[in-house]
Design a protein around this ligand. Sequence first.
Ligand SMILES: [Zn+2]
Ligand SMILES: [Zn+2]
Length: 222
Amino acid sequence: MAVSSAAELVRVSLYRHLAETGSSLSAAELAELLDMSESDVLAAMAELAQAHHLVLDGAEVVLAHPFATRSFRFSVMGPRTLWWGGCAWDAFAIPNLVPDAPSVLVATTCPACGTPHAWTVTNEGPPDGDQVAHFLVPTSKIWPDAAHACQNQQIFCSEACVEDWLARTGNDRGYVMSLTTLWNLAAHWYEGRLDTPYERREPVLAADYFRSVGLSGPFWGP
Ligand SMILES: [Zn+2]
Ligand SMILES: [Zn+2]
């Protein structure tokens, strides 16, 4: 689904600012930067949220995947910039997306036991580590509440910690993958997002991409 040219201009400006600085722009700052009225910027942001390019809280950007503007429990430290990664998938995507950050330090804690974990994640290949990622929400259900889906794409010490967390939170098991599969999933998913124009890859239509990184079955398709 293509968005209006005003929305695309707001989108790429926000994305490039987030990539460069790790922080978002307000509607007033965007209006100033792009020489638009604030109400036109707000309308463009609403259009972008509708088309799943942004997750908003009022007029504030919460997620412009893979970037977040608050903690989703992943920090991503590049050579010059510190980002909030939107989730495990997003954190591993940032070094693959941002040309100036080919190698970053991703850090989080295990949601089950609190053990801290950190990896050097690059755009060249998966990091070492025997931790596992657990995704709770099937791809066809990520939207409309993508913040909830991201909140529940986490990295755990082990399968045992995933099981503990599921029991404690009363959630059903989603999908568990190795860090290698997580990296392969993240490597090209957001490709092109800092360019313009950009066509979103809809999770629900992305079965081929998921299959190419070894992910298939009902969790990964309609
Ligand atoms: Zn995410
Ligand atoms: Zn743990």
